[in-house]
Write a protein that binds this ligand. Sequence first.
Ligand SMILES: [Zn+2]
Length: 213
Amino acid sequence: MINEVEIRKEIIETGILLLEKGLVQGTGGNISCRTQKGLLITPSGMDYTVLVPEDIVRMDLSGNVLEGTRKPSIEKEMHMKILSARKDVNVVIHTHSVYATAVASLREPLYPITDNQVAVFGGKIPIADYASIGTAKLADNAKLALDDGNGVLLSNHGALCVGRTLKEALMRCEMLEVFARIYILAKAAGGGVVLCDDQVKCEAEDLKNRYGQ
Ligand SMILES: [Zn+2]
């Protein structure tokens, strides 16, 4: 069994990386990780750089705090609902990265205009309907829009990615931001041709066979 103190430390390191990579600002964003007993989640409104392992809160998937004296993230319900629905992922990371938030404020999906987005996300990144921060409605909307994908935009708010590991979810958050940036730049330059469904399907299947070791 993996030492849980190590998971807590990796959650904190991931939070600091979110800050350093510009994917969150200040105390924004939140991270959760499934464990053998419930989930571990970042505390509400605390600076990632001062967190110690005991600040990470353990909860069950019904929202009860099992361990820790800190108040869990305001978005705990979003994490709980996604981890409950998605047995194939262990990590949820919510960010406020600038370009992803800009696209999310359009209340439109992030359409695939690069092959690389298809390779990482399998096509468009959907948009969750608007709901206020920290509400059950936002959690439901995020879960619904995410479906079986790896990333979702949250209307007028930010983005969220999932993964089997903290590293995988972080990589997806970084890549989602890259694709959002390319999208905004292409729009500003007068357009950007969205790949059609056939191209997306063909690309996604083809890459499975040809890319990587
Ligand atoms: Zn947020």
